[in-house]
Design a binder for this molecule. Structure first.
Ligand code: ZN
Length: 161
């Protein structure tokens, strides 16, 4: 991954409105996999994404814009092959849409700040406090460990590619 200008990265520059970014600008920030998921609504193959194991205390932020989406305490093991959460970190973190692609009616969730595709919500988790399973692409999020600054974690993440 080439060097990312922090000023051009909405995860490192909270003043930058991610809704103004062009596809070319997103491609300069994201990895090819992150771009395909967040900007083109692709789905990583089951069992291949990030964070199938718990990375520890902290929060999961949108890999596109850095918006905080889930707390580590909202994660549970569903066995479905994608990181699963039973609720977002606070109301308004997500946008939900009806998705009728692939012959199914599903509830899609997107990041409320940048509109990036995250995954789908299913009502098949009776073992959780909400009964919901937010089935999230691991490559759509970045874990920010407790006590670390979001900008620092994203600077590292963008360099690592
Ligand atoms: Zn976002």
């Amino acid at each position: 991954m080439p060097n990312v200008d922090p000023a051009a990265d909405p995860a490192q520059n909270p003043a930058l409105d991610p809704r103004t970014l062009t596809p070319a600008q997103w491609r300069a920030i994201l990895t090819a996999t992150e771009y395909a998921i967040l900007r083109e609504s692709a789905t990583e193959r089951a069992g291949t994404g990030r964070y199938l194991d718990d990375p520890g205390p902290g929060a999961f932020h949108c890999a596109g814009c850095g918006n905080r989406l889930y707390g580590a305490g909202h994660k549970f093991h569903s066995g479905c092959g994608w990181p699963s959460f039973f609720q977002e970190v606070e109301p308004g973190a997500l946008e939900v849409h009806r998705d009728v692609t692939f012959g199914m009616v599903r509830t899609e969730m997107r990041c409320a700040r940048c509109g990036g595709h995250l995954g789908h919500i299913f009502d098949d988790a009776p073992q959780t406090p909400t009964g919901k399973r937010h089935c999230v692409n691991g490559y759509a999020v970045v874990h920010v460990p407790a006590g670390e600054a979001v900008g620092d974690v994203f600077a590292r993440h963008r360099r690592a590619g």
